[in-house]
Ligand binder design. Structure first.
Ligand code: ZN
Length: 293
């Protein structure tokens, strides 16, 4: 993000930062949780504040919507740092890089539309545990959580995008396997999953699952015709990161980088723009529909 102001040069402390943010017309993030706020940038003429959360190891930029108080969408580019995810069939690019690229493009698209606030779990090549990602969703008070990944399979012909939402029981064995594989990147503290489960009652989780499934269906509908989808593109599995995000959440596998055609598609900015447009439409529709209730 070009032109973002550095906290050290702009502000002395969190209290001052909140005041600065408010004076500039930002919706200041809750002062108690924000150990530090940085104001500045906008790639698209909007406003952004950067918050440092007590539970996070990083600063997080929040891009404001045109109207204050809009729901916040947390975009989570999968993998990063020491965890590259899958490697493309060409060997030239990793899942973590394509996921970050897609995430940035989705952020920029949502920012230019200006209908939601946006934050990203990572905006560089850093390693985050799944718990750090989902903790951000809770700490930022996100309304939606969208995790971005690229698929990979031994069968070089497998291709197409899939949208996963949370379920106790997987829709099929392949989805169960994928969830196990993504969950294995956990490196999370023992017992942390239990604490999340204790916080979230069954009723809350059931409602989270229903809302996540609705978001996934919207994504499938918006992607149809412009994005190559797999058969039965909406699938279910028990993804740790979706469960612990505690908000409506989907995991989007944009295509198979183990397939020559899908890799070319995912590396083509024009074709990525189609994916981004479908994601943005689904997200904005979902937020609008749920705000009406
Ligand atoms: Zn992945």
């Amino acid at each position: 993000m070009p032109g973002r102001w550095k906290a050290s040069t702009m502000i002395a402390g969190a209290g001052a930062a909140v005041a600065v943010a408010a004076a500039l017309g930002f919706l200041a993030f809750g002062g108690a949780a924000a150990a530090g706020i940085e104001a500045g940038w906008s790639g698209n003429g909007g406003n952004a504040v950067t918050v440092t959360l007590p539970t996070a190891t990083q600063r997080v930029a929040i891009i404001e919507a045109r109207t204050p108080g809009r729901p916040l969408v947390l975009i989570d580019p999968g993998h990063g740092g020491q965890d590259p995810g899958a490697t493309a069939v060409s060997g030239d690019v990793s899942e973590k890089d394509l996921a970050l690229q897609l995430g940035r493009e989705l952020r920029d698209r949502l920012a230019s539309d200006g209908r939601v606030r946006i934050a990203m779990t990572r905006d560089d090549d850093r390693y985050l545990t799944l718990d750090q990602r989902s903790a951000l969703a809770r700490d930022l008070g996100a309304s939606l959580y969208v995790s971005l990944h690229m698929d990979s399979a031994p069968n070089p012909l497998a291709r197409g995008a899939t949208v996963y939402s949370l379920s106790d029981v997987a829709s099929d064995e392949e989805s169960a396997r994928l969830a196990r594989s993504e969950n294995s990147a956990l490196a999370r503290a023992a017992g942390s999953d239990g604490s999340v489960r204790a916080i979230l009652s069954d009723l809350v989780v059931q409602s989270q699952m229903r809302a996540s499934a609705t978001l996934a269906e919207r994504l499938v509908r918006n992607a149809g015709g412009s994005v190559e989808l797999r058969p039965n593109p909406h699938r279910f599995a028990d993804f740790h990161v979706l469960r612990s995000a505690g908000v409506p959440a989907v995991l989007f596998e944009a295509g198979y980088i183990s397939n020559v055609d899908d890799e070319a598609m995912l590396r083509d900015p024009k074709q990525r723009a189609q994916i981004v447009a479908a994601l943005a439409r689904a997200i904005e529709t979902d937020v609008a529909a749920r705000s009406l209730r």
